[in-house]
Design a protein around this ligand. Structure first.
Ligand SMILES: Cc1cc2nc3c(=O)[nH]c(=O)nc-3n(C[C@H](O)[C@H](O)[C@H](O)COP(=O)(O)OP(=O)(O)OC[C@H]3O[C@@H](n4cnc5c(N)ncnc54)[C@H](O)[C@@H]3O)c2cc1C
Length: 376
């Protein structure tokens, strides 16, 4: 029961951001309780691709955090029983303008261990792509992929069993004022509190969060079952991703690519559609996504958005249209001017939001920084 213990740290939110903070504090030997209003993880952290993306993240802090977070995923995967299903990324350039972006990317520090592939070499990375239609591709060795709907519960179980982290589920946090966290089950005593509320901007510290102009981003996702998927294939992305992911989009050559895509795929751009396709253990692919921004996005998932995603899929993957076996949407916190935020209402209280679609890729590193600042 919450009243029977006092903790060094209370974490609100059992998504990847909250669990990452619990891990970073547990590694320092702290006594931790994690509070979440849901019975099991249900937010962005289990709705995503589980694609831990390094190449393509914005140069500088975000790219460095993604590299560190990828390393933490690898460190904990074995002990927590988390499978790494895929490694690496093929960034397909369907157009010469996209290839030019990749060439500029390769000349940066971030391109150091990546390589440019001619289309005829793509077969070495797996069959099933429309390689003859491509202008080239970039292979990045940095990425890993977890099945988030398994990995997040496994990470929580590891924290509980290995590090003694307490979990209070089906418990809403109502007010955070360390050393007291008021919850729907009573008061939890904790010296410090980290609030990782995902896309809930109003339950805790609404006055602080109102300053950041936050919105939610809604995404469409599908699981498809093609006739066959080569198990060698890394994660696959294509041209539309190069005008979204800042590591590419901030290269000068991206302007020409954007202009051509606006001519040829304006409907995709308007719906924020680009292609990510990652493979699961059963041979299905998780495919997405789209981006729709609003304070409260509507709960509907128009079929035409899914068709735009499948259209790009059909330009990249050979073969007949795959069977769609599952559809869902997800939302994450979004801000137009930052990828994440750490708010500091007091010495012992932090509010941490990932305000972009990068939480699976950067949370572990962000959490290490926040916990280091809290504990010195
Ligand atoms: C469809 C989709 C695809 C994505 N793909 C990727 C990807 O491939 N790679 C990548 O890096 N990122 C991806 N992202 C982004 C990533 O999933 C998010 O950035 C990340 O999951 C955010 O984690 P979080 O813990 O902040 O939020 P969440 O996972 O939403 O967790 C927040 C938790 O806080 C709890 N909570 C909130 N307020 C309270 C309260 N007052 N009391 C109790 N509990 C509370 C909620 O119940 C919830 O469990 C994707 C996101 C989506 C939606």
């Amino acid at each position: 029961m919450p009243n029977s213990h006092s903790y060094d740290l209370a974490v609100v939110g059992a998504g990847i951001c909250g669990l990452a903070h619990a891990l970073a504090a547990a590694r320092r030997g702290k006594r931790i309780v994690v509070i979440d209003r849901d019975a099991q993880a249900n937010g962005a952290s289990v709705r995503n691709f589980g694609f831990v993306t390094v190449t393509g993240q914005q140069a500088g802090e975000c790219w460095l955090r993604a590299k560190r977070s990828r390393d933490v995923w690898i460190e904990i995967a074995g002990p927590a029983g988390i499978q790494l299903w895929q490694r690496g990324l093929l960034m397909i350039a369907r157009r010469p303008e996209a290839r030019a972006v990749l060439e500029e990317f390769l000349a940066t520090e971030m391109g150091a261990e990546c390589r440019l592939l001619e289309p005829h070499r793509l077969a070495e990375y797996g069959s099933g792509l429309r390689a003859d239609d491509f202008a080239g591709a970039l292979f990045s060795p940095h990425e890993i992929r977890v099945e988030s709907r398994d990995a997040i519960p496994q990470l929580a179980a590891y924290l509980a069993e290995r590090h003694g982290v307490a979990f209070l589920r089906e418990t809403a946090a109502l007010a955070a004022a360390p050393p007291r966290l008021t919850t729907s089950r009573g008061v939890v005593e904790a010296e410090s509190i980290v609030v990782c509320p995902g896309d809930d901007f109003t339950t805790l510290n609404a006055d602080r969060l109102a300053r950041y102009g936050l919105a939610r981003c809604k995404l469409h996702m599908m699981r498809v079952r093609p006739d066959a998927v080569d198990p060698r294939l890394p994660a696959v992305m294509s041209d539309l991703g190069m005008i979204r992911y800042l590591g590419y989009a901030e290269r000068p050559a991206a302007a020409a690519l954007r202009a051509r895509l606006e001519d040829e795929q304006l409907g995709h751009i308007d719906a924020g559609v680009h292609l990510i396709a990652v493979r699961s253990a059963d041979g299905s692919l998780v495919v997405g996504d789209s981006h729709c921004y609003a304070a409260t996005p509507d709960p509907f998932a128009p079929a035409e958005i899914d068709e735009l995603i499948l259209d790009e899929f059909a330009h990249v993957f050979a073969g007949p249209r795959p069977t769609i076996v599952e559809r869902w949407t997800g939302t994450y916190a979004w801000a137009c001017d930052r990828l994440m935020l750490v708010d500091r209402p007091s010495d012992a209280l932090r509010i941490v939001l990932i305000t972009s679609g990068t939480g699976a890729s950067t949370s572990f590193a962000i959490a290490e920084e926040v916990i280091a600042e809290l504990y010195g």
